[in-house]
Design a protein. Structure first.
Length: 515
């Protein structure tokens, strides 16, 4: 447990800083856009309706969809698309409350001000805005809480926030990480909300002292957001700089990203791990040199990128995928093992029903429940397996991959779409059903390096020792260390790297001895 807390606290400056910086930047720009716009359109009812309708349309777009859309439109990952999306989300509450507040000012007070000789500018700044301030500030507080909460969702597009704790915890059933992230997000939202509230009170009381204290508090929060930038660009001095590593949302990917970091370290490289990114965004980011490297699987490339429908043998697929990336300038380094899709059952249940292959499963499927990860039921492999074997389950449901294994263990589902390198297969005594009609493609694990990163002196040389250096047993054990035994990903990666290096030395000595 102390090791887990140590890892959580080690990540805190980057995650908290990223969350604060992203939230404050989006709120600052959202306020700069919404407040003047609200003042202008509040004078014309038609303009106000059109503006609010457009802002409302943006608000109805699901958060993850808007983040993904910004990645596609901007061709970028990380801070910038997240910043644009959160800025758009902040506009409606501030805009709506600005319009409502100004138009809610008693018309007789406005007329009285004009009667005293005030021009439109004076009426606005001396009468309307001061009276509308409580309503406007209420909108700012609402937008702040909304933006701070939504910022937890930037992980899949390569952003860095407290949401990384939540996503990582959900993937590995580390409830300490989930709770830690949720509590910090709540505390941050409350802190910013109360600072804005105190600023409102200072304005009402015309208290410069209180306003100064609030300003100091906001500067402290901003400093927390700027610290990771200093840590990254001012204090970190690896000779070759940082390497942006894309990481998918499951245990094996986290372990491999840590392994890459440890492998690159002696050569002077330091990994900037973008954990929990969606697969499609990783591929696009790699092509556009927004990521330097990532780990993926030949079956994914074969089906999703190359759009191949006919599957062939493992070596042919690996050769074709390597050729496909080489044409784009991307280096493809096989790591030596395969992590394929396979249908799995509890061994005792499979033995009771006499199921050894997927063809055997098809006879019993109408009485069984299928659990899959969140992608499987929409993938071409499933459609081909379903149609080829005639699979018709009593019920099929998608869920988080970690929950999927535990659901099979306790009998909530009868069959799952397992990963062959998952450590829980042995730990939970599961059996992988034979793909007797060969519908699932091979899934060799490959390290992909962007064209720009491949050209960096010494980078590929630092990674080459990993080529074909990991076997299935080693990876299954590393995954089991994290998913079953509660190890942290860096610790499991360290053991994996050490064992891989030892086996490489032994194999080298054997070759020398045989020659």
């Amino acid at each position: 447990m102390s090791e887990q807390w140590g890892e959580l606290l080690k990540q805190l400056p980057a995650y908290l800083g990223g969350h604060v910086l992203l939230s404050l930047a989006a709120m600052a720009v959202g306020l700069a856009v919404s407040l003047p716009l609200g003042v202008v359109v509040s004078r014309r009812k038609r303009w106000a309706e059109i503006t609010l309708t457009l802002a409302g349309i943006v608000q109805t777009v699901p958060s993850l969809a808007l983040l993904a859309l910004m990645v596609l439109l901007l061709g970028l990952i990380g801070f910038r698309p997240a910043f644009v999306a959160l800025t758009l989300y902040s506009i409606l509450p501030i805009l709506a409350n600005t319009i409502t507040g100004i138009r809610g000012v008693d018309p007789t007070l406005v007329e009285a001000a004009r009667g005293l000789g005030m021009n439109d500018r004076q009426v606005l700044f001396r009468v309307q805005l001061p009276l509308a301030a409580p309503v406007i500030v209420s909108g700012i507080r609402t937008a702040t809480v909304l933006v701070v909460g939504t910022a937890t969702l930037v992980t899949p597009v390569g952003g860095r926030s407290l949401g990384n704790y939540i996503f990582q915890g959900l993937e590995s059933l580390n409830y300490t990480s989930v709770a830690f992230g949720c509590v910090l997000v709540a505390l941050l939202a409350i802190a910013l909300d109360q600072l804005i509230h105190r600023l409102e009170m200072a304005a009402r009381e015309r208290s410069r002292r209180r306003a100064g204290l609030v300003g100091l508090g906001l500067l402290v929060v901003l400093a927390v957001g700027l610290f990771p930038l200093g840590e990254r660009y001012l204090f970190a001095q690896p000779p070759q700089g940082w390497v942006r590593v894309g990481t998918g949302p499951f245990t094996e990917q986290h372990i491999l990203s840590e392994l890459l970091d440890q492998q690159m370290g002696p050569a002077g490289f330091r990994a900037d791990k973008r954990q929990g990114m969606s697969e499609g965004i990783q591929f696009e980011a790699l092509r556009q040199d927004q990521l330097d490297c990532m780990v993926n699987y030949t079956g994914n490339v074969w089906v999703l990128l190359m759009k191949q429908k006919e599957f062939t043998d493992r070596q042919t697929v690996l050769d074709e995928v390597s050729r496909y990336f080489k044409e784009q300038g991307v280096e493809c380094i096989p790591l030596g093992y395969e992590n394929a899709y396979a249908l799995a059952m509890r061994r005792a249940e499979a033995d009771r029903l006499g199921i050894r292959t997927i063809s055997d499963l098809a006879e019993h499927a109408p009485h069984l429940k299928l659990g899959t990860d969140q992608q499987f039921l929409a993938r071409p492999e499933w459609f081909q397996a379903r149609d080829t074997y005639g699979l018709q389950f009593a019920r099929a449901r998608s869920m988080d991959a970690t929950i999927m294994y535990d659901s099979l263990k306790v009998g909530e589902v009868d069959v799952i779409s397992a990963y062959t390198s998952d450590g829980r297969i042995k730990a939970y005594d599961l059996v992988l059903l034979g793909d007797d009609k060969k519908v699932f493609p091979p899934y060799d694990v490959v390290l992909l390096v962007s064209p720009k990163a491949a050209a960096r002196p010494g980078f590929l040389e630092a990674l080459r020792p990993l080529q074909n250096g990991i076997d299935l047993d080693l990876m299954q054990n590393a995954n089991k260390r994290v998913d079953v035994e509660g190890w942290t990903a860096p610790r499991a990666a360290g053991e994996l790297l050490e064992k891989a290096q030892s086996r490489r030395v032994v194999n080298t000595l054997r070759r020398i001895g045989s020659s």
